[in-house]
Each structure stands twice: as structure tokens, then as C-alpha cells.
Ligand binder design. Sequence first.
Ligand code: CP
Length: 311
Amino acid sequence: MSTLTAAPIRHVVEVGQFDRAWLETLFDRADRMRDLPRDADPLRGRILATLFYEPSTRTRLSFESAMLRLGGQVVSTENAREFSSAIKGESVEDTVRIVAGYADAIVIRHHEQGAAARAAAVSPVPVLNGGDGPGEHPTQALLDLYTIRHERGRIDGLRVALVGDLRFGRAARSLALLLGLTHDTELVFVSPPAVPMGDDVRAALDARGVRYRDEPDLARVLPEVDIVYQTRIQRERFATPQEYAASRGVYVIDRAALGRMRPDAVVMHPLPRVDEIAAEVDADPRAAYFRQAQNGVFVRMALLELLLAGD
Ligand code: CP
């Protein structure tokens, strides 16, 4: 599943690096971050660089907020594809070598799958993958599983429906892989025909003995599951507008869908959403996606402290 060592973790590139004990440590730390005193500054004097070649609201700003809340500082390029020297032809590797001289850790989001691994391979400081094309989004998966633990009190013994674009959706791909570290979990893949869950993820789940199945009928799945993880159809990854149009709008969580769910179900979404969760769902207590996004700060604080404190 992974070409990287399990521990100690220096760079955060892919979910295959994590093990269960490390997860529990991280989540316990994230719990403590909720109550961190405002004057605590365990990362004072440290600098985080955020190097984003693709747009982001949550990942970039929550990492930056996390660093600032820990007493550290941030340098940032939010449109590195256009406003960094990438536009002049500089490679990711050279950029990272340079930025590593300016900062103690680098969060990178890139449009090419594998770019974060290439960055990590040349970086003397920790590199955190903030999303690499249709590849992985490991810190999103961490905050997603942390949210499941926070909402349901456990991460084992749950049925989870992953809905939407499971082919290009790196958040869903990484969460499926991370659920491979849980026990007695059952996954249901609900996707339009053009964007099924990848064979690489299925093979990793097979290797861990995780049960999964494909079920195109969302209405049938909703009453069965504890977690509904809805995702956006990734318009930017389709070759043509026609292919995108064939996959969008197929699965929508609305009031009628809520009516089919269990009273203790949890509705999640990595966000941003377009039209796959109706606004009428937001007020339902089962709608956890805004709490999920805020959990990103606590999980990323825990991660930065784990990687950088005492470094
Ligand atoms: N969930 C997520 O990655 O959101 P952003 O694209 O806004 O960072």
C-alpha cells in the first residue's frame, strides 16, 4: 500500500504512512488543542510555508490558522502556478529546495498526482501533502476520521457510504484508505458510472480485509449507514464538459434524503459543495460538515506540533 516507512513520520504524503497507534495519538492531541490556552505558543519561532498551486479555502487557511494558534508564523503563496517562479519554468523540486531554506515545514497542494512525494524526496524540512491532483489528501482524511470519532464516539464498527466522485475525489480516496485502519467497518461506494472508486484503493482495502460494495441506489443505502460522506463531482478533472455533465446532479442530499437516514446518522462533506447537499440540510443536527471543517484546525495543530515540536 505504501512505499514510505510507517514511523516515525517526517513527511505527510499519503495515508499508507499511518498506523492505528499514531492515529490515536494524533486524535488525542487534537482533542487537547480544542482547549489550548490562547497564550500557549509551542511553535514560537517556527515558520510554516504554504505553497498552493491549486485553489483552496479550507486546507490553506486552516493550516495557517493552526500555525498561528500555536505561536508560529506563516509565509504563503496562494496561487503558485501563476504567482511563483513556476510560471518561469521552475520545477517543484527546485522550489521546495528554496522554500525549505525559508521555513521549518511546507504544506504543498499541486495539480499533479505524486507532486507531494517528489517535494518530500528533496526537502530537508517536513512536507505535508495538501492535495496532489486526483491522488491523495491525507490531512483531510485525518480530520474526517477525527470528525467521525468526535460525532459518533468511535471509529470502529461503522457503516460508511462514500458518495459522488470517487475516482477523482482525493478526499474520498484518502478516507477510504484511512478507514482501512479501523475494525469491523463496512464501506458502500455510491458513484456515477464514470467515476467509480479506483482499483488501487480497492486493492488496499482487500489487503486489510475491509468489506466494501458498490451500490448505485443511494435511497437504498441511506437507511443502512452511520456516515454519509458526500463529495463534489470534480469538474476540473474531466476531459470535457459533456463528461462532467453526465456525472453531476446524480446524487443529492436533501430533506427527502434526510428523511431516509437514521436519527444518529452523520452527514459529512470535505467541501466545497456545489449542489450535492441542499442548503435545507444545513440546519439538521446530523449535518456535520461545518463542524468537520473546523476540526481541520485542531487536527492540523496536532499534526504541526507532532512534526515540529522539539525538531
Ligand atoms: N476540503 C478541502 O480540501 O477544501 P479546500 O479545497 O477549500 O482546501
